[in-house]
Write a protein that binds this ligand. Structure first.
Ligand SMILES: [Zn+2]
Length: 201
C-alpha cells in the first residue's frame, strides 16, 4: 500500500492565528465522531500517520473550515483543530489558510469539490480498505493514474461529476489513493451519512 497521507503536495501558506468559526468547528466534530468511531478517520498506528478529513463551507467566496494536518488520531476535536482555507488556486497549486493549525494536506481536493457547485456545503474524506475494495468501479471511481491532492485530481473530479454520476451519488472512490473515498453533501449530515450508510457503521 502506498501511503501518501500527510504529504503536502501543494504550496501551503499558513497564517497562524486564533480559532474562528467555533460553532462550525463543533458541528464538524459532531459528524467526525461517528466517522472516527467507525475507523473511517483515524491513524495508521505503525506509521504514525493520520488519515481522513472533514470540512464545511463558510460563506459564499469558497472559504471552508477543514480539519488540521495530523489530527486524524484525535478521538475528539474542537476549534483548535480546524483551519480556515481562505484561498485556493488549483492551477497554481497554492493553498492559503489561517487559524491555530495548518490545513490538512488534502485541502486542495476539498477545494476542487466545492468548486463543482455552490450547493455543495460539506466534504468528507475517509479511508477504509474494505469499503474501497468493495466499491471500486461500483461507485463513481477516479482514474487510478491520477494522484490525490494534485491539480490533475481537480479535473478528474470535475469529469466524474459531469459524466460519471458523482453529482447524484455524492460519493466517489479514489482509485489512485489507496483506501480513499470522498463524499459531499449540502450539509455535513448528508456528506457524512453518504459514507456511514454504505460502511454499515
Ligand atoms: Zn486520504
Amino acid at each position: 500500500m502506498t501511503i501518501d497521507e500527510g504529504y503536502i503536495k501543494y504550496l501551503s501558506h499558513w497564517t497562524p492565528g486564533p480559532a474562528t468559526h467555533i460553532v462550525a468547528a463543533r458541528e464538524l466534530d459532531t459528524w467526525r465522531k461517528p466517522l472516527y468511531e467507525a475507523g473511517l478517520i483515524g491513524q495508521y498506528k505503525a506509521l504514525g500517520i493520520g488519515y481522513g478529513n472533514i470540512s464545511v463551507r463558510r460563506g459564499s467566496r469558497g472559504l471552508f473550515l477543514i480539519s488540521g494536518t495530523q489530527t486524524g488520531h484525535l478521538p475528539a476535536t474542537d476549534e483548535r483543530h480546524y483551519s480556515l482555507v481562505t484561498d485556493c488556486d488549483i492551477r497554481s497549486n497554492i493553498v492559503r489558510c489561517s487559524g491555530p493549525v495548518q490545513a490538512s494536506s488534502e485541502a486542495m481536493t476539498h477545494a476542487a469539490i466545492y468548486a463543482l457547485g455552490d450547493a455543495i456545503g460539506a466534504v468528507v474524506h475517509v479511508h477504509s480498505a474494505e469499503l474501497w475494495q468493495r466499491s471500486l468501479g461500483k461507485l463513481p471511481t477516479t482514474d487510478p493514474n491520477v494522484a490525490y491532492g494534485t491539480p490533475d485530481m481537480a479535473s478528474e473530479l470535475d469529469r466524474l461529476y459531469r459524466l460519471e454520476g458523482f453529482r447524484d451519488a455524492g460519493i466517489a472512490v479514489l482509485a489512485g489513493h489507496d483506501e480513499g473515498l470522498i463524499s459531499f453533501g449540502t450539509t455535513l449530515e448528508e456528506a457524512a451519512n453518504r459514507v456511514l450508510l454504505i460502511s454499515g457503521a
